[in-house]
Design a protein around this ligand. Structure first.
Ligand code: SD4
Length: 350
């Protein structure tokens, strides 16, 4: 795997809209009766899912709980100052304020979330506290911050000089036009010395799903949302059923991209329900993306949305509107797999 371009060229997934041959084989070998963590698996969105999965695997691979695994995993991109789309150093809204969204869900239906949270670098930890220490599911804005401070979180400035510079550049035109797979150059520069397959085409939310050897699941989703959004805007990531949904009877799903489109279609819930009705994870993601595309008069040609699904037997699937969506898969066989999702609009990587 010399670089991301070579990797994607060799990936069968980049050119196949229907099959996930590598994953299917891996899934077949871990489904059914499993023991000693053989059936456990973690999947997550984008290139930064690789190191995040590895952190999650350090918990799950030792027999830890899926909920602890996904929380641990997504802390990695939340803390990464080279990453401008999750946690600290996230790009701010149009007023220069960094506001974070996050959700966490256990396969038994317990869940917690925060939205438009300022000044706290690890919103996923606050989301878990909402789940475990309050009778509520979602806390937003000042109320979420107040709760976090009461719980002992430290108030911090999340706007780094790099993010502030990018915001000031944006202010020169001040046009809100979400770009499909916009570049996260800083992040990919940081990957290169590590020999990771970073390219320049992806960023966005981390959505992570984990299943243990007994088919129990959990998921987490965390983001700074769309850069330069209106102050107070909330995306799909903290909305249970939109950016994240997990059910131990079936599996889980998570999303990335333009959150408004995902919310309109209750995207992650839809993917899980389609799997419940018998669709494979791949088929379910494809159908959820098609619904979004169908409702847009322009065929969603300028938009990116990607879904990632994990069934309770370990099989997973992914599908996006545009090329460029990658996802990471980690299990006992391999801890650093990065795969290209098939998409509605196919073009080859050159
Ligand atoms: C949102 N889905 O806030 C998130 C962010 C994202 O491409 O994934 N951006 O809409």
């Amino acid at each position: 795997m010399s670089n991301r371009r070579d990797f994607l060229k060799t990936s069968l997934l980049a050119t196949s809209a229907l099959a996930l041959p590598r994953l299917s084989r891996a899934a077949a070998s871990v489904s059914g009766t499993v023991a000693g963590g053989v059936g456990a698996r973690v999947v997550s969105t984008w290139d930064f899912g690789v190191p995040a999965n590895q952190a999650a695997w350090a918990v799950l691979g030792k027999g830890g709980k899926p909920l602890d695994a996904v929380e641990t995993g997504v802390l990695i991109p939340e803390a990464d100052l080279h990453n401008h789309s999750v946690g600290r150093a996230g790009y701010p809204d149009r007023d220069g304020k960094v506001t974070l969204d996050a959700s966490i869900m256990d396969g038994d239906g317990r869940c917690g979330a925060v939205a438009a949270l300022e000044h706290i670098g690890h919103p996923i930890k606050v989301a878990r506290k909402v789940m475990e220490d309050t009778p509520h599911v979602l806390l937003v804005g000042d109320g979420a911050l107040e709760f976090a401070l009461q719980e002992g979180f430290t108030r911090e400035n999340l706007l780094t000089p790099e993010s502030e510079h990018a915001w000031r550049e944006w202010l020169k035109q001040a046009r809100y036009t979400p770009v499909a797979n916009s570049e996260n150059i800083d992040y990919h520069r940081s990957l290169q010395p590590l020999g990771m397959p970073g390219g320049k085409n992806n960023h966005d939310t981390i959505g992570m799903l984990a299943v243990d050897a007994n088919g129990r699941l959990a998921g987490a989703c965390t983001t700074s949302g769309m850069a330069w959004k209106m102050h107070g805007r909330v995306g799909d990531s903290p909305i249970i059923g939109a950016g994240l949904y997990v059910d131990n009877d079936v599996g889980g799903a998570t999303s990335t991209g333009v959150g408004e489109e995902v919310i309109r279609n209750a995207g992650s819930f839809l993917v899980v329900e389609l799997m419940r009705q018998g669709r494979s994870p791949q088929e379910a993601c494809e159908e959820a993306v098609r619904r979004i595309v169908k409702k847009r008069p322009d065929g969603a040609k300028e938009l990116q949305v990607g879904f990632l699904a994990l069934r309770r037997d370990g099989e997973c699937g992914a599908y996006a509107i545009q090329k460029g969506f990658t996802f990471a898969v980690c299990d006992i066989h391999k801890q650093d797999r990065l795969l290209a999702s098939p998409s509605v609009y196919q073009t080859t990587y050159t």
